[in-house]
Design a protein around this ligand. Structure first.
Ligand code: PGA
Length: 261
């Protein structure tokens, strides 16, 4: 079974409820045409309910950008998996580099979140990636960082099947900078991640897990990134904030499927 591509928008800390409503109303009819692609929108908590409510029954998957792995209790400011499900969310970003770098999330926390999301029936999009310094620190600098991040998540996910989990390879130096990894860089890292999944969990698991690329993806570069063998889609920040450019990205994902047929 070929993996179904995903085009995922990460709004980060952007959009009021009114702006989210306008965007979702514009996106829904356009996304309906992309029958062979999963379209996901990762909205801030404040407008997630609205995005989920409007997208119910449509092709658009509403997701959160973060959550905490405990279900309830004295964790001021946090939001749990049952709360996200209650809002209508079906997916969640876990361990985005901005969470790791700015808010101190460790590999262990990311692994616990990934495990809790899978148990709760939320599809986690687990982000991994290296800084420029890490990449340049040795010939294998990228992989020294990324293999540790992926390995830690896999260790904790004893019962998951490949389809329960998505990884996103997002080199930190390419996020929001306009500097995109080359399609070869993306394929190199993502192919290595799939090899690691194969070695640790077997062929079926490795072939079922979707692995996205993220970092300055835009309409002008999406097609060549999507054409890479192991790249199953993209996690997009800036270029997902306007419906028009996000729809162009969805079309690029759709075309990548047509080319394989
Ligand atoms: P960008 O962000 O597309 O704006 O580089 C990607 C991300 O952080 O997920």
């Amino acid at each position: 079974m070929p993996r179904r591509p995903m085009m995922a928008g990460n709004w980060k800390m952007n959009k009021t409820v009114a702006e989210a409503q306008e965007y979702t109303a514009g996106l829904l009819p356009r996304a309906a045409d992309a029958e062979e692609v999963d379209v996901a929108v990762f909205a801030p908590f404040t407008c997630l309910h609205e995005v989920a409510r409007m997208s119910e029954g449509s092709a658009v998957i509403a997701g959160a950008q973060n959550f905490y792995y405990e279900d309830s209790g004295a964790f001021t400011g946090e939001v749990s998996a049952p709360m996200l499900l209650d809002l209508g969310a079906r997916a969640v970003i876990v361990g985005h580099s901005e969470r790791r770098e700015l808010f101190g999330e460790t590999d262990e926390m990311v692994a616990r979140k990934a495990r809790r999301a899978v148990q709760a029936g939320l599809l986690p999009v687990v982000c991994v990636g290296e800084t420029k310094e890490e990449r340049d620190s040795s010939p294998d600098g990228m992989w020294e960082k990324v293999s540790g991040q992926v390995g830690r998540v896999i260790e904790d996910l004893e019962d998951a099947g490949g389809e329960d989990l998505i990884f996103a390879y997002e080199p930190i130096w390419a996020i929001g900078t306009g500097e995109t990894a080359t399609p070869d860089d993306a394929q190199d890292a993502i192919g290595k991640i799939r090899d690691l999944l194969r070695e640790s969990r077997g062929e079926g698991f490795a072939e079922g897990v979707r692995i996205l690329y993220g970092g300055s993806v835009k309409p002008g570069n999406a097609a060549e990134i999507m054409a890479q063998r192991d790249v199953d889609g993209a996690l997009v920040g800036g270029a997902s904030l306007e419906v028009e450019s996000f729809v162009e990205l969805i079309e690029a994902a759709q075309n990548s499927v047509s080319r394989q047929d």
